[in-house]
Ligand binder design. Structure first.
Ligand code: GLY
Length: 355
């Protein structure tokens, strides 16, 4: 099956957008034009080292670069300190710019450093994954992990500019593309149910359209609720359990696979609670089966959830004891109050064991 987006080699299928409260798109500027137009003296790059072979010759020697080994276990205060040391060493000024190139992990840590360095310097994102494009680069969340729990330290700091060059997706391994479709499916469950009436090939062949739709939707949500106290929390669909699965598996399970598992369980919880019809349940499930890996938890991981699940979910900054949880209905999503984290864990274990 072909997961790569359809894109002719010479097609300038790029989007540049600015946001804050306004958004503008153009298809005229591509990544190369932008990179080559930067002045070396005021630019510091933080780049996923996966792109070293592709970008080293273009960027190295003229600009300062921090090549980042982009894993969850490297998204820490230690790495952030290392990046800050480099920024001070090259004496980056507040008006200078950090350009982050990579997926969500790279963007999160680069943005965190940009937000605290001298109380904030300029920030440009060049997301290279679907998750980076439709999620991490929109809405200003920055973060690093602490004690193995995701994004425990962070700020809200929207980038000054985001350059989306769809061509980057052609450089990715299939598994990373699949991770991205999971996040896209999540956004479409919330915002556009007609998505699930389309043939999967139509989605693949029109990926840049759906990426733009997902970005626009998230921008709208974040304009209402940048600091995540209300409607933005609907974007957490599938993620409470996903963060639990990532942590419990010590990141053996990738973010995309964990979200796919989280969505499947949330779908089942929604069916069990009568929020969603069997027909709609099946439609969404068939998309998750088509686009996402079906991962299961090992016996040991299920035991770990029994022992530590409550502590991990409590440590998630979004959760209080009466956990506000997002479930799926026939049109979009809605909040559901689980009485306790124990209730959520018990239901999850029951479904995870028998699905
Ligand atoms: N990733 C969910 C959010 O940005 O709110």
């Amino acid at each position: 099956m072909v997961y790569k987006p359809y894109c002719e080699d010479n097609e300038l299928d790029s989007v540049i957008m600015k946001y804050g409260l306004t958004t503008s798109y153009t298809t005229e500027i591509i990544f190369d034009d932008f990179v080559l137009s930067q002045q070396p003296s005021n630019t510091f790059y933080i780049i996923d080292d996966y792109f070293k072979p592709l970008l080293e010759k273009k960027i190295h020697q003229i600009n300062e670069v921090y090549w980042f080994n982009a894993t969850e276990s490297n998204k820490t205060n230690i790495t952030a300190q290392d990046i800050l040391d480099q920024l001070f060493k090259v004496n980056l000024k507040r008006n200078d710019v950090i350009i982050a190139i990579g997926g969500g992990i790279t963007l999160d840590i680069a943005a965190f450093c940009a937000s605290i360095y001298k109380r904030g310097c300029k920030l440009v994102f060049v997301p290279t994954t679907i998750i980076g494009m439709i999620d991490a680069s929109v809405g200003g969340k920055t973060g690093i992990n602490y004690n193995n729990v995701k994004n425990q330290i962070g700020t809200f700091y929207p980038a000054d500019k985001v350059i989306i060059d769809i061509n980057f997706l052609k450089t990715l391994p299939d598994n990373e593309i699949k991770n991205g479709y999971t996040e896209l499916i999540k956004m479409m469950i919330i915002s556009e149910r007609d998505f699930f009436k389309r043939d999967p090939d139509y989605i693949i062949n029109n990926l840049s359209l759906y990426i733009q739709k997902a970005i626009s939707y998230k921008l709208d949500i974040c304009t209402y609720d940048l600091t995540d106290i209300g409607i933005r929390r609907t974007l957490n669909l599938g993620h409470t359990l996903a963060h639990l699965f990532e942590t419990i598996s010590d990141y053996r399970i990738s973010h995309g696979d964990a979200v796919a598992m989280g969505l499947r369980l949330d779908l089942k919880l929604s069916l069990n609670k009568g929020f969603i019809s069997f027909e709609n349940y099946n439609n969404i499930l068939s998309y998750l089966r088509h686009f996402c890996n079906n991962i299961s938890l090992t016996h040991e991981e299920l035991e770990q959830i029994k022992l530590h699940g409550k502590d991990i979910i409590s440590a998630d900054k979004k959760n209080n004891e009466d956990i506000v949880y997002v479930l799926i209905n026939n049109e979009t999503v809605e909040f559901n109050n689980f009485e306790s984290i124990d209730e959520l864990i018990n239901e999850t274990l029951l479904i995870a064991t028998y699905t």
